[in-house]
Design a protein around this ligand. Structure first.
Ligand code: KG4
Ligand code: ZN
Length: 332
C-alpha cells in the first residue's frame, strides 16, 4: 500500500510516499527556516504563507520522485494536529482537496505519532510495545506506545519543551535559530562542567521542567554583562546541553527500568542531539533494553513519518471525512 504523507505544522512543508508504513519511496521537504532565522524563531504568519506557496510543488515533486501519479496512491495521510493552526490548515485543506479529487481515503495523523513512526522507517523490526521519549520544539513526552495507535503518557514537561529550551538558550547566547543544532555545534568546543546549572525540581516521577534551567542560563548571561564580562558561549552551550540531556535521559531510563521496557526509542527534533543519543544508548544497554534511534534525516519534521503512521492509522480504521479540521492542540 502506497501512502502519500503531507506535513505542514511548523516551518517545514513536506510530502512523501511510503510503502506499507516502512519503505520510503520519495521524501521532499521545503522549508522557510532560513527566513524564520532572521526573526530568531518561527513567525506563524510567515510559516502559513510559505506553506501555501510551497505545498503544491512539494507534493508534485514527491509524486514525481516516486514515478507516480495520484492514481498510484492508495491513501492521503495528513498531519491535522497539533501545530501552528494557520500552518496546519494549509496541509489539511490541500490534502482534503487532493484526496477528494482523486477519490482516495483521507487519513488524519497526530504530529507526535508521526515523530514516533519515523523509527519504523529505519528499524524494520521495531513493533509496539515500546517506551519512547518524544522531544520536539513543542512537546516533551515519555510515552508508552502500547500498540500502533494506542499510547499512554507516563511523563511530560510541566513548562517548556526540550526543543523550546534549546531554542531560547541559543537566542540568549546569540546563536542562530534553530537553537538545537547551533547549541550542539557550539558545545563541541566547550567544557560541560564549566557552569553549574540547576537540576529543576518537578512533581511526578517522569515529568520534566526546563524553565528554571533556561532562566539560570539567562541569569548567568545577565550577571556577566553587569560585571562588564561575557559568558563563554561554548562552555555554556556544553553545560546546558549536558544538563538538559542528562535530565531527559535519566527520566526516560527511570521509566524504562520501572516498566521493564525491552525496547527504548527516541523521537522528535531533539532526538538528533548526539549527546542525548549517546546517554540513552548507554543507559538502555545497561538495562538490557534494545535501543532504537531515528535516522537524523527523519528526526525533524518530514512527510515520510506522517505517511508511515498514516499506514497504521489506516489499518486501524482511522479515516477522516471531508469535514476534517486542523487543531492547534490535541493529546496524543
Ligand atoms: O520535531 P521538530 O523538528 O519540530 C517540532 O515538532 O517542534 O523539532 C524541532 C526542535 C527545535 O526546537 C530544534 O531546536 C530542536 O528540535 N533540535 C535539536 C537538535 N536538532 C533540532 N535540539 C537539540 N539538538 C539537536 N541536534
Ligand atoms: Zn515535529
Amino acid at each position: 500500500m502506497y501512502v502519500l504523507g503531507i506535513e505542514s505544522t511548523c516551518d517545514e512543508t513536506a510530502a512523501a510516499i511510503v510503502e506499507d508504513g516502512r519503505k520510503v519511496i520519495s521524501n521532499v521537504i521545503s522549508t522557510s527556516v532560513k527566513e524564520q532565522a532572521l526573526y530568531g524563531g518561527v513567525v506563524p504568519e510567515i510559516a502559513s504563507r510559505r506553506h501555501a506557496e510551497y505545498i503544491s510543488a512539494t507534493v508534485d515533486k514527491a509524486l514525481a520522485d516516486a514515478g507516480m501519479t495520484m492514481a498510484d496512491v492508495d491513501a492521503v495521510a495528513v498531519t491535522f494536529a497539533p501545530g501552528l493552526i494557520g500552518a496546519v490548515l494549509v496541509g489539511v485543506n490541500f490534502a482534503k482537496g487532493l484526496a477528494y479529487a482523486a477519490g482516495k481515503p483521507l487519513v488524519p495523523v497526530h504530529h507526535l505519532r508521526g515523530h514516533i513512526a519515523a523509527n519504523y522507517l529505519t528499524h524494520q523490526d521495531l513493533k509496539p510495545p515500546f517506551l519512547c521519549l518524544v522531544a520536539s520544539g513543542g512537546h516533551s513526552h515519555i510515552v508508552l506506545v502500547e500498540d500502533w495507535c494506542r499510547y499512554k503518557i507516563l511523563g511530560r514537561t510541566v513548562d517548556d519543551a526540550a526543543g523550546e529550551a534549546y531554542d531560547k538558550v541559543a537566542r540568549t547566547l546569540g546563536l542562530p535559530y534553530p537553537g538545537g543544532p547551533s547549541v550542539a555545534a557550539a558545545a563541541r568546543d566547550g567544557n560541560p562542567k564549566a557552569y553549574k546549572l540547576p537540576v529543576p525540581h518537578v512533581d511526578g516521577k517522569y515529568n520534566v521542567s526546563f524553565s528554571g534551567l533556561k532562566t539560570a542560563v539567562i541569569n548567568e548571561v545577565h550577571n556577566a554583562e553587569q560585571k562588564g564580562q561575557t559568558v563563554n558561549v561554548a562552555d555554556m552551550a556544553a553545560s546546558f546541553q549536558e544538563r538538559i540531556d542528562q535530565i531527559l535521559a535519566k527520566k526516560l531510563l527511570a521509566a524504562a527500568a520501572d516498566t521493564n521496557a525491552r525496547q527504548v526509542v527516541l523521537a522528535g527534533g531533539v532526538a538528533a542531539n548526539g549527546r542525548l543519543r549517546q546517554l540513552v544508548n548507554d543507559g538502555a544497554q545497561k538495562l538490557g533494553a534494545k535501543v532504537f534511534l531515528p535516522e537524523l534525516k527523519y528526526c525533524g519534521d518530514n512527510g515520510a513519518m506522517i505517511a508511515a503512521q498514516g499506514y497504521y492509522e489506516f489499518q486501524d480504521g482511522n479515516l477522516a471525512d471531508w469535514s476534517l479540521n486542523g487543531l492547534p492542540t490535541l493529546p496524543i
